[in-house]
Design a protein around this ligand. Structure first.
Ligand code: ADP
Length: 610
């Protein structure tokens, strides 16, 4: 009996989109079908290795492509796990499958994403309708006594399913009735080229009209000494189904203390940036048998952007998703891989700075995450960080920073919105004067990162907007006369709601005053963020520091000590705090500040009138 079933509505939409948007990449339909066959064979192999009973266990694991010129058809045949009637309806009638779903998400962001990248996503089975007028899938499940089933569709609104009588071989045959404009795919050389391009590392033999095609053996099992960069790049393309090249890669090839053959890639950019989850991760094999398509357990979480394969003969084939995490061999492998990866990053930093910079832009945030989450490799990760400094827009490492400074026990830093605001900051004046570089942190996260590093080599991190952070050899206190004391007392009194203290110091060279944080207080940027996250967080009060050699200081002193106009004192002093805040890039209370400025303007206008 034939069952006619309507596609779920989104399938119809997908079919339309796939056909239109991927037209230039029509050939990937073959990649998608072969990749489904590989999955089906992997699943079968896995069941066999775990001692499950399967239909015709002696049947060779292989993929056949058959071209029929007269009939205008292509068949892709595998001896994999197959599908039952229920499975075929579920699997080929909905798009509950991750690959296809992702493709939808991707299309929504199409403007930001290149054509190339679109091809990178597994559109899955439905891509076949780019080249097909009609598709027939015949499948026989590995489960004994389960009848074969046929699925048929023109890729429009519905599909048909029949249960078949008679003998069928285990596995799945996808028969494509080619569209008139897709006849090129009947050419053997064309098909061979496509297989070579996308499927050369497929771990099962592929036959084209009965002839075995040339394939490459798993690259990770080859001795790296005989391999070239191009080999790795081709493997990367196969693995990620993309036309992109990795930023860097490493090949781990060792037998002892654990058997470990692994190729690890850093992709050219982070997909997560586009709000997309990455499909390819690290594949785990044992003796060439695929155990998991994407293993999160084989590298620490902060290295989740890596792609590649890990193969070890020491891993149990019957390891399960649940036990993988605590498996002693996996843990050992993880340790080794982490160590090698970090060592590789260090070499990458030394040998190829231009590309390392790109790497850091894309993935630096992951390394920082490793530090903030206090992974044991924290110190090694710290060596991989890059920072902007006041000296140069070119980012440098902490080690390079220490080479540039005479103050070997201090790494000075400042936090700000952006380089421009920070550069003009009054806190930097004494550092400019002495030629001491200061790290510029423009991300609040960076401050937390430094806190978690704690100390780098023997140097301590010092936020230069703190009251106790001073260049050694500079006197913080300048001589304070009785008169100055009186002035400062009065300032403190007038500003008691806004500041913690008022002092004079030699911190400043050109600017008249600035606000500094109390000892151990986080930066203003951090405090503002904390306040944004939690309304109950009250930012700590600052210390107002004056530069006694500035003309404004003398004028202020005169006003505060000798004038009777209390209102003016209040407006002027509060405006000073506002201005000091502004030089850090923000204002804590805008409406009040506006009112004060208007007060000042009125005063100035009155002056003019008199
Ligand atoms: P995806 O491969 O991303 O899951 P597809 O649309 O390509 O999505 O395939 C949908 C599902 O159909 C697969 O997940 C699989 O369960 C099933 N399937 C497709 N092709 C085969 C095949 N050759 N053998 C067995 N099952 C298959």
């Amino acid at each position: 009996m034939t069952r006619r079933i309507k596609f779920k509505s989104e399938v119809g939409r997908l079919l339309e989109i796939v056909i239109n948007s991927l037209y230039k990449h029509r050939e990937i339909f073959l990649r998608e079908l072969i990749s489904n066959s590989v999955d089906a064979l992997n699943k079968l192999k896995f069941k066999q290795l775990n001692g499950e009973e399967v239909l015709t266990p002696e049947l060779e694991h292989r993929i056949d492509i058959k071209l029929n010129q007269q009939g205008n058809t292509i068949e892709v045949i595998d001896t994999g796990i197959g599908m039952t009637e229920d499975e075929i309806i579920e699997n080929l009638g909905t798009i509950a499958h991750s690959g296809t779903k992702k493709f939808f998400e991707l299309l929504e962001k199409k403007d930001e994403i290149s054509e190339e990248l679109i091809g990178q996503f597994g559109v899955g089975f439905y891509s076949v309708f780019m080249v097909a007028d009609m598709v027939e899938v015949i499948s026989k499940s590995y489960i004994k006594d389960s009848p074969a089933v046929r699925w048929k569709s023109e890729g429009k609104e519905r599909f048909e399913v029949d249960v078949l009588d008679g003998d069928y071989k285990r596995g799945t045959t996808v028969k494509i009735y080619l569209k008139d404009d897709s006849k090129e795919f009947l050419s053997e050389s064309r098909i061979e080229a496509i297989v070579d391009r996308y499927s050369r590392f497929v771990p099962y033999p592929i036959y084209l009209n009965g002839r075995k095609l040339k394939q490459l053996k798993p690259l990770w099992l080859e001795n790296p000494q005989g391999l070239k960069k191009e080999d790795y790049e081709k493997f990367y393309k196969y693995l990620t189904k993309s036309e992109l090249k990795p930023l860097t890669y490493l090949h781990i090839f060792s037998d002892a203390p654990v058997d470990l053959k692994s190729i690890i890639f850093v992709p050219p950019f982070s997909l997560i940036k586009f709000g997309l989850e990455d499909d390819t991760g690290i594949r785990l094999y044992s003796k060439k048998v695929l155990i998991a398509e994407k293993t999160e357990e084989i590298v620490p979480d902060y290295l989740r952007f890596l792609k590649g394969v890990v193969d070890s003969e020491d891993i149990q084939l019957n390891i399960s998703r649940e036990t993988i995490q605590n498996d002693p061999v996996v843990l050992k492998l993880k340790k080794t891989i982490t160590k090698k990866v970090l060592k590789h990053f260090k070499e990458f930093l030394k040998k190829d700075r231009a590309n390392y910079n790109v790497f850091f832009e894309e993935f630096g945030v992951y390394l920082k995450e490793g530090i903030v989450k206090d992974y044991p490799e924290k110190n090694e990760l710290a060596e991989l960080l890059l920072f902007e400094t006041t000296e140069d827009e070119k980012k440098i490492t902490l080690e390079e920073y220490l080479e540039k400074t005479d103050y070997k026990d201090s790494i000075f830093y400042i936090v700000g919105e952006d380089r421009k605001t920070v550069e003009k900051s009054p806190y930097l004046e004494q550092f400019y004067k002495k030629g001491v570089p200061v790290l510029i942190l423009t991300q609040v996260l960076d401050e937390t990162v430094l806190e978690h590093i704690g100390k780098f080599k023997d140097a301590e991190f010092k936020l230069i907007t703190r009251e106790d952070v001073f260049l050694e050899g500079e006197d913080k206190e300048t001589t304070v006369e009785e008169e100055d004391k009186k002035f400062l007392e009065k300032v403190k009194e007038i500003l008691k709601d806004r500041i913690y203290d008022a002092i004079v110091s030699s911190r400043l060279v050109k600017s008249p005053y600035c606000l500094v944080s109390q000892k151990n207080a986080p930066s203003s940027q951090m405090e503002r963020m904390m306040n944004a996250l939690n309304k109950f967080y009250v930012p700590s009060k600052k210390i107002l520091e004056f530069n006694t050699s500035h003309p404004i200081y003398k004028g202020l002193k005169n006003l505060v000590l000798n004038s009777e106009d209390e209102k003016l004192k209040e407006i002027v002093l509060n405006s000073i705090v506002d201005t000091a805040e502004l030089s850090e890039g923000f204002l804590s209370n805008i409406p009040q500040a506006v009112e004060r400025y208007n007060g000042l303007i009125e005063r100035l206008l009155e002056l003019d009138k008199n």
